[in-house]
Design a protein around this ligand. Structure first.
Ligand code: UT7
Length: 329
């Protein structure tokens, strides 16, 4: 068997839309309050895409920033993988639109459907392609325009979601000399498919006037069940990623920005302190597949990641799905 190529993260980039939407916005039409939202989720505001912006538009900004950070051009890319549950169209993929817009003339392109685990899945896929020698430079993204799929009549879900995009460029570690991906993991439990789902618009219930009338094209979520699943999986995955390594080597945990209380509960279980955890949910809410790459990029640009030390990324969401990665920066 050919030896595995070590893979590194050569650059990161992110983009959030300009329009900031404070909690007070929801007080205008839902029985909710800024106080409830801050206390129960940690969210103070989120970004919503402009009317003429869709997921691929957010991705193009994030991709260009990641390419610039990596110091490579779009024509150098062999592959683009996008984790999203909100592509511009059901057909074709968002990845193809991005491939065209950034001028990645030689690249293959596809989307992966893993909801909030979308970036961990695109990262894992890109890593496997580079490690196997099937691609040399891969752009991986996690991006969402959830504001188009939120049911603004449902106070239990409308208040948590936001829009954004994050990206990373993967190359052989020998080439970039940073961000070596030491391990990744992916998991799923489809028996929980209806914890978070959009029940119509697919092949089981194609769109009809009735499905629209019944609001079945919006996200439906069993928040309390997701909460329980999230706390246990977040702490278990962080432990699994660090297994065999000394916690002293850890520089930062970049968790899915699902709910501040979920992050805090998972940290509590692990006896971890705040300063080693990246949290930006107060600014952007839960952007599903985009939370981890946006937070990673912000941490990287803010100088919060110590070179040579370990970064853990974890996410989970609809499917149910979960995924993690351990990186030596
Ligand atoms: O990335 C994966 C996507 N999914 C998630 O991120 C969801 C994870 N779950 C959560 O973040 C939390 O479960 C929520 C933020 C969605 C809800 O918080 P909670 O503390 O689990 O609230 P709850 O569902 O247990 O509801 C408690 C009460 C209920 O009222 P009653 O039945 O006790 O009278 C809800 O109706 O809070 C009420 N409630 C609200 N009140 C004011 C639910 N949403 C709201 C709201 N404003 N926005």
């Amino acid at each position: 068997m050919a030896s595995r190529i070590r893979v590194g993260i050569a650059g990161t980039g992110s983009y959030v839309p300009e329009r900031a939407v404070p909690n007070a916005y929801f007080e205008g039409f839902l029985d909710t309050s800024d106080e409830w939202i801050v206390q129960r989720t940690g969210i103070r505001e989120r970004r919503f895409a402009a009317e003429d912006e869709a997921t691929s538009d957010l991705c193009v900004h994030a991709a260009n920033r990641a390419l610039e950070d990596a110091g490579i051009g779009p024509e150098d890319l062999d592959l683009i993988v996008v984790g999203t549950l909100t592509p511009d169209y059901p057909l074709p993929s968002a990845a193809c639109l991005i491939q065209d817009r950034i001028g990645a003339k030689r690249a293959g392109a596809f989307d992966v459907a893993a909801a909030c685990t979308g970036f961990m899945t695109s990262l894992s896929t890109g890593e496997a392609f580079v490690a196997a020698g099937r691609a040399r430079r891969v752009l991986v993204l996690g991006a969402e325009t959830l504001s188009r799929f939120v049911d603004f009549e449902d106070r239990g879900s409308a208040i948590i979601f936001g829009d954004g995009a994050g990206a990373a460029v993967l190359t052989p570690h020998d080439e970039c000399g940073q961000g070596e991906i030491l391990r990744t993991t992916l998991g799923a439990d489809g028996s929980g498919y209806d914890y978070i789902h959009i029940s119509a618009g697919g092949s089981r219930h194609p769109p009809t006037a009735q499905t629209v009338e019944e609001r079945k094209h919006f996200i439906q979520m069993r928040g309390r069940e997701v909460f329980r699943f999230a706390v246990s999986h977040m702490s278990e995955m962080i432990s699994e990623m660090l297994d065999g390594y000394d916690q002293e080597e850890l520089t930062l945990v970049v968790p899915h920005q699902v709910n501040r209380r979920i992050i805090d509960a998972a940290l509590d279980r692990l006896g971890m302190t705040d300063e080693k955890v990246m949290v930006n949910i107060h600014k952007y809410g839960n952007t599903s597949a985009a939370t981890v790459p946006v937070a990673l990029d912000e941490a990287h640009r803010e100088g919060r990641i110590e070179k040579g030390k370990l970064v853990v990324m974890v996410a989970f969401g609809a499917g149910l799905t979960w995924g993690g990665a351990l990186v030596r920066w």
